[in-house]
Design a binder for this molecule. Structure first.
Ligand SMILES: Cc1ncc(C[n+]2csc(CCOP(=O)(O)OP(=O)(O)O)c2C)c(N)n1
Length: 313
């Protein structure tokens, strides 16, 4: 246990659960609990989705939810939808709207099979997503949406995850000025978190190549109190959440595609732009990639987490 009754181990287990479920949504159409060796037939015929953003989203969501259970969460890079969906499923929020999203094998199958599937869930956050007010398909609007949602609602606590690629857009960058327009007595608290995973689709981000000093000065110039945290250090993340002030701006560093494959066909994946979409695109036909996928899934030891989480009707 840590400070205010926060259980670091529980947060880390939730992150593992949601990472597994993010990968499973992208790849699996069967054998969701890996009860038998993974086969080509278990892999979806058309691999769609974005892995790279998911681990950082899962880290941010788990840390924020543990500390602020009633927060409103706004996701800038809506392409990281498998992670958002995994968290909504984990908390039972999805079940409230989709009764098939039960906390057992049936629910896991439902969530995975329907990701990016005709008549299922889209590959991005969408109006079908419970609580969504920013779709995120077009980058740039997350911070403005957060400040808008806070207007006239002093009781609200709004967290917003901004992609570092997203923050290169004019809209997101100009939205950094909005903190100057909100009277904290009349409006809700907005906590911005920059998801500094260093890469956008196929290249490094400007902020990923900036020095810490440049980053801190940039956000200080906009009137924030910036603080840098290593997202992979849950204890450090919780320490920062324990000492927020109205101007805190969190810069959360994670390697893009963290916990995913390190290298595929000689190309660096984890911590590189190559993690952005589907890191093992030939998993349905290439035995080596299938084996890598199986090892990747097994690395989360999901079975242990599943037994804690699931109930069977
Ligand atoms: C306005 C806009 N420009 C370009 C794109 C294309 N696009 C999709 S994802 C992406 C990279 C996003 O990078 P980042 O915000 O850092 O998110 P990450 O996946 O790295 O977490 C881009 C440029 C877009 N969706 N919207």
């Amino acid at each position: 246990m840590y400070g205010l009754g926060i259980d670091i181990n529980k947060i880390n287990r939730r992150i593992r659960f949601c990472n597994y479920l993010s990968v499973a949504q992208i790849f699996l159409q069967d054998n969701f609990l890996l009860n038998r060796p993974l086969e080509f037939a278990d892999v979806k015929p058309r691999l769609l989705g974005h892995w790279g953003s998911c681990p950082g989203i899962n880290i941010a969501y788990a840390n924020l939810k543990a500390r602020f259970p009633k927060m409103q969460f706004i996701l800038g890079p809506g392409h990281g939808f498998p992670a958002l969906q995994a968290n909504l499923y984990f908390d039972g929020d999805l079940f409230n709207y989709y009764p098939d999203a039960t906390p057992n094998l049936h629910g896991i199958e439902y969530v995975c099979k329907n990701f990016s599937w005709p008549y299922g869930f889209p590959s991005h956050a969408s109006p079908m997503t419970p609580g969504v007010i920013a779709e995120g398909g077009e980058l740039g609007y997350s911070l403005a949406t957060a400040y808008g949602a806070a207007l006239g609602k002093p009781e609200k606590f709004i967290t917003v995850l901004i992609g570092d690629g997203e923050l290169e857009t004019a809209t997101a960058l100009a939205s950094l000025n909005l903190n100057k327009l909100l009277d904290s007595n009349k409006n809700g608290h907005v906590l911005p978190i920059l998801h500094l995973n260093g890469y956008k689709i196929s290249a490094p981000t400007i902020y990923g190549r900036s020095s810490e000093r440049e980053l801190l000065q940039l956000f200080r110039g906009f009137g924030y109190d910036p603080v840098i945290v290593d997202g992979t250090d849950t204890e450090a993340f919780q320490t920062i959440l324990n000492c927020l002030n109205p101007n805190t701006f969190i810069i959360m560093k994670t390697p893009k595609g963290y916990t995913g494959p390190k290298e595929v066909d000689g190309i660096k994946i984890e911590g590189n732009c190559a993690a952005h979409q589907v890191p093992l695109p030939n998993a349905k036909t290439d035995r080596a990639q299938l084996a890598m996928l199986e090892n990747w899934l097994k690395s989360y030891n999901f079975e242990e987490l599943y037994h804690e989480f699931a109930y069977e009707n």
